[in-house]
Design a protein around this ligand. Structure first.
Ligand SMILES: [Zn+2]
Length: 60
């Protein structure tokens, strides 16, 4: 399994959701929370405390 496209956390086998966009991009979501934030609310993962992406941004 891959990492979550939004929060970058590991997705355990048998859980999560894979979404293939019509441009060929593959997105993985660990939860409905991540899916909603990315697709419906169109939020930037770097702006959310609970997302590991923020930690990556701050480290740089
Ligand atoms: Zn996630």
């Amino acid at each position: 399994m891959s990492d979550c496209s939004f929060c970058k956390s590991k997705i355990a086998p048998g859980t999560g959701k894979m979404l293939v966009k019509n441009n060929g991009k593959v997105l993985w979501f660990c939860s409905r929370k991540c899916e909603k934030n990315m697709l419906i609310l169109k939020r930037n993962p770097a702006k959310h405390k609970w997302s590991a992406k923020l930690k990556q941004v701050l480290k740089k």
